[in-house]
Design a protein around this ligand. Structure first.
Ligand SMILES: *Cc1c(COP(=O)(O)O)cnc(C)c1O
Length: 664
């Protein structure tokens, strides 16, 4: 048995595990994957990430009769709307398992999707992450107060499929030793033939002292940013602890892939045992993906602060490779990663250009591999049924999602066009059922904005001028707008956005007959899938060029949901495909500008004009009882699905594999 689970775990799942089965999934796939990772002749990859969004609530949930703790379910989400009375009578009731709460947003979801596609493609890979004992946080909205974060509680020990291992590793610091329990979670491929083990590190163990010992809380909350010490410890656990864990588990790894700079200390840990003349060779086994052009996205620490925590042998290497070029006595984890990883990539073509401008010293080595999403996680059931029905024309898209480009060939097929609209309406009616307490209407034009609430993403853009919104809804047709998203608890600007949005939504309380606005609490992958598959238009309005990629729009096009977007991130690569409407400010070539200048007024005006055109097209195409099958709307829906084949992690992981992981 290759799973070194604790005795409690084995007893708990006695009836769910046999020679053949692991909680309802084939056991043999685990054994095969573990053997490959131990085999020195196999090229294997370790993929480090601070967060992983695995979404078992919507894909590949483990089966067990064992009771799951109530804390591991999420059954009620509140809504803030301009139908205020309804908000106190109703909650969104969904009986679903909580996502393993070890992610905050797109970066984590991408990491999860990457592991899933690596499994689908049979890559020998292990994920390294952290078991966040208190997740990210639970979100509450209060009118006049905005977002009130609450500590999230969940129970890893009873979470289906999450395995505590017997292994407890130790990492030593200048004045301290930290013990970390290893956990595992297996990510199965679509056909269940392969798995990717994800190893999670957890400091909440007795060896670190009693309940109150701060060391036990180091892995409590994702992106805790109380102070530098806390941040350094969390990054050390991922990078250094991750390296020690791989050794402890006996994995033979050829490539260490750092998803963001958080894990940059992994190289340092590996290098400390080696002669400096070998660093060049070692660099070839490291890869780094940069995910942001936003300044605050790069981790910087005061050298003296780091020196107090990390051992001298580590500090010497950090001094050689990690000093910030612009600030004195500052260590920059992005610099460290770029200096120590042979392979560096940005996550969309446009982001590649921006990253080369920001880091000219590494220009020649910065390549681009555009992000994607895991098709089978994000595609909705009605669309799956539709595509299966027309499989002959499309090809085996379930083996290779890039085949979706062939949906193009169904453009003139009237049956397909009708069935596509019907599939969309089926999704939308499900959303109407969930929001029935607020009289959501499936025949009304619906647009959604849902993602992390961050400054450059401009969450409130569409609410800049509510009178203009009212004018559109009166002149052209009724509107429904849905928002969802969390702001980092220390992000004051994010709080301000939420507050302002709640106020503007409330100001439309008297106009609910022409316009309904809903803001959903606790955006997660379940809502991510629900919304990206069931609204008519997906709104994406980041300030260019600060959205490195963005992925929620990729989920939307996969489900035939039209885009209303600024020209940034992945959208730049799809701009000629007519997948919706593009609007807004575009920075001049070679110019990055600043996040502080949000162009809110100018871009909101452009947004309203473009929106008005789209709403008109919608109501011209769809009367509530009848749909015009020859309309441009349906053409755009087809363009969306055929474009989505490219924006899949299947294509993305194949590129990683060919251009980085397989390289000797
Ligand atoms: C897809 C997804 C994201 C990423 O959205 P962006 O458009 O890339 O900002 C964030 N959160 C959740 C829950 C998601 O499912």
């Amino acid at each position: 048995m290759p799973i070194h689970a604790t005795k409690q775990f084995r007893q708990r799942y006695l009836n769910d595990m046999s020679e053949e089965s692991f909680l309802g999934f084939p056991r043999v796939s685990i054994e095969r994957a573990e053997n490959r990772l131990h085999d020195e002749n196999e090229l294997s990859v370790a993929y480090f990430s601070m967060e992983f969004g695995l979404a078992p609530s919507i894909y590949h949930q483990f089966q067990t009769d064992q009771p799951n703790s109530r804390e591991n379910k999420f059954t009620a989400h509140r809504v803030f709307s301009n139908l205020r009375a309804m908000d106190s009578y109703h909650e969104i009731q969904i009986d679903k398992v909580l996502d393993i709460p070890i992610y905050s947003g797109g970066l984590g979801v991408l990491a999860g999707d990457t592991l899933k596609s690596a499994a689908d493609l049979g890559v020998s890979l292990v994920g390294i992450g952290i078991l966040w004992n208190k997740g990210y946080f639970k979100q509450n909205f209060w009118f006049e107060s905005g977002q009130m974060p609450e500590e999230l509680r969940w129970d890893p020990a009873s979470y289906p499929g999450l395995i505590p291992l017997d292994h407890v590793i130790r990492i030593s610091f200048e004045h301290d030793t930290i013990h970390l329990r290893l956990w595992k979670y297996y990510i199965y491929s679509y056909d269940l033939e392969h798995v990717i083990p994800l190893v999670l590190l957890d400091s909440n163990v007795e060896e670190n002292g009693d309940d109150k010992d701060i060391r036990r809380n180091l892995t409590d909350q994702l992106y805790r940013s109380d102070n530098a010490w806390w941040k350094i410890m969390q990054r050390s656990i991922l990078g250094i602890g991750g390296m020690v864990a791989l050794r402890e588990l006996g994995y033979s790894i050829n490539k260490f892939h750092l998803n963001e700079g958080h894990a940059a200390l992994a190289f340092v840990e590996k290098a400390k045992e080696q002669d400096p003349t070998m660093f060049g060779a070692l660099r070839k086994s490291f890869a780094y993906t940069c995910h942001t052009p936003v300044e605050a996205g790069h981790d910087r620490f005061n050298f003296d602060e780091l020196e107090k925590i990390l051992n001298k042998d580590l500090m010497n290497i950090i001094k050689s490779f990690g000093m910030d070029p612009k600030h004195k006595n500052v260590v920059n984890l992005t610099t460290l990663a770029m200096n120590t990883c042979q392979y560096i990539n940005a996550v969309a073509q446009k982001h590649g250009e921006v990253t080369r401008l920001q880091f000219p010293k590494f220009e020649d080595r910065i390549q681009t591999i555009t992000n994607g999403v895991h098709t089978f996680t994000w595609i909705s059931e009605p669309i799956v049924k539709l595509l299966k029905h027309f499989q002959e024309k499309i090809g085996d898209w379930q083996k290779d999602p890039t085949m979706l480009v062939h949906v193009e060939q169904l453009r003139d097929n009237v049956d397909f066009r009708r069935a596509l609209w019907q599939a969309h309406m089926e999704n939308k009616r499900e959303l109407a059922r969930i929001l029935r307490g607020w009289f959501f209407d499936a025949d009304t034009f619906t647009i959604a904005w849902a993602r992390r609430i961050a400054n450059y993403k401009r969450p409130s853009l569409i609410l800049q001028d509510v009178n203009r919104l009212l004018e559109i809804s009166r002149k052209v047709g009724k509107l429904q707008i849905i928002f969802a998203g969390k702001a980092h608890p220390n992000d004051d600007l994010g709080y301000t956005f939420i507050n302002e949005m709640l106020k503007r939504i409330d100001s439309l309380a008297d106009y609910r007959d022409t316009i309904k606005i809903f803001m959903l609490e606790n955006y997660d992958t379940y809502f991510g899938k629900l919304l990206t598959s069931s609204v008519d238009v997906w709104l994406n309005n980041p300030l260019p060029p600060f959205e490195a990629s963005g992925t929620s729009g990729m989920k939307a096009i996969l489900n035939g949901v039209i885009q209303l977007s600024t020209l940034d991130g992945w959208v730049v690569e799809a701009k000629d495909r007519n997948i919706g409407r593009i609007f807004g400010y575009v920075p001049p070539d070679g110019y990055i500008g600043t996040e502080a200048d949000l162009h809110l007024e100018e871009d909101s005006r452009k947004l309203y004009d473009t929106l008005e055109g789209l709403v008109k097209l919608f109501y011209d195409s769809f009367s509530g009882t009848e749909v015009r099958l020859d309309s441009e709307w349906i053409d755009m829906m087809i363009n969306c699905i055929s474009t989505s084949g490219f924006f899949s992690t299947h294509r993305m992981v194949s590129e990683y594999n060919e251009t980085i992981w397989k390289k000797k």
